[in-house]
Design a protein around this ligand. Structure first.
Ligand SMILES: [Zn+2]
Length: 273
């Protein structure tokens, strides 16, 4: 049985500030260890549930945060940014997907470090007309390979969004959000226990979670933070301009639409040079 564990950083217990998740800041080195610790608890849970192939995908920022030398040796580590499936790299052939350290979508009140894919670039993101965050996008990417998203950990506001949109997916609340930059984190031992036990139960009972399968063409509409990003993204004819800041791409399936959207974002980001 194969389990993919995707690990972001904003939703790790203890994290409340941007410097804690940004390479180059002195606090960052502490928090990448805490991120690795939570990943390890998820690995233990997946292994106890019977997984004999566990891949951990580093899914934050430049995607080179997790400490390989401290990672539980039952897992293999995917690190590096250039991955077509991004946070869901490795979902092909997975029997279950787990998301650790996730966060609420851009524009959510009382949510620690809320954003969608890129805080610098994305104001709002719609999938087939529905406002979504990374969790919902990634659930659809995983679902296209038949893999269910069985558990998500992060703050209490993220948990509410997951419960409203993916009701069969389990949630682990590691902290309570008081503001974008303020959190009340639960004790480490409690967080680790809940992740370990939650992942074990969620992987064991993965058959109860239907994979998210989007039929037919999939449209991603992205409202950028700045109009110049939309302007340059539209140099690709497949990228449509909806309004000054908003673009849309449509693919035959969610993976194709995702790759087009990411390509448009990457191209748009070059407008700032
Ligand atoms: Zn992140």
């Amino acid at each position: 049985m194969k389990v993919l564990i995707s690990v972001d950083m904003e939703g790790i217990a203890g994290v409340s500030g941007r410097d804690e998740v940004a390479r180059g800041h002195s606090e960052y080195e502490r928090f990448r260890r805490l991120m690795t610790d939570e990943a390890n608890q998820a690995i233990v849970g997946a292994a106890r549930a019977g997984a004999d192939e566990i891949w951990v995908n580093d899914s934050h920022g430049g995607m080179r945060n997790l400490l390989y030398e401290q990672l539980d040796e039952r897992a293999e580590l995917i690190s590096g940014f250039n991955k077509p499936l991004c946070m869901m790299q490795g979902a092909e052939g997975a029997d279950a997907v787990v998301c650790i350290g996730y966060h609420a979508r851009a524009g959510t009140a009382q949510a620690v470090l809320d954003h969608t894919i890129s805080g610098a670039q994305v104001h709002n993101w719609w999938m087939n007309g529905v406002l979504v965050g990374e969790t919902q996008i990634n659930a659809a990417l995983a679902g296209s390979f038949g893999a269910p998203l069985v558990l998500v950990s992060g703050d209490d506001t993220l948990a509410q969004q997951v419960q409203a949109t993916l009701p069969a997916t389990r949630t682990v609340v590691v902290k309570h959000a008081l503001d974008t930059l303020t959190a009340r984190s639960r004790p480490r031992s409690v967080v680790h226990h809940d992740i370990r036990e939650g992942v074990e139960a969620a992987v064991r009972e993965r058959a109860a979670v239907p994979p998210v399968r989007l039929e037919g063409p999939v449209t991603f509409q992205v409202e950028m933070v700045r109009s110049t990003h939309a302007e340059v993204a539209c140099w690709f004819p497949a990228v449509k301009r909806v309004d000054a800041r908003t673009i849309a791409v449509t693919g035959d399936d969610v993976v194709t639409a995702w790759r087009m959207a990411m390509g448009a974002l990457l191209l748009g980001s070059t407008a700032d040079r």
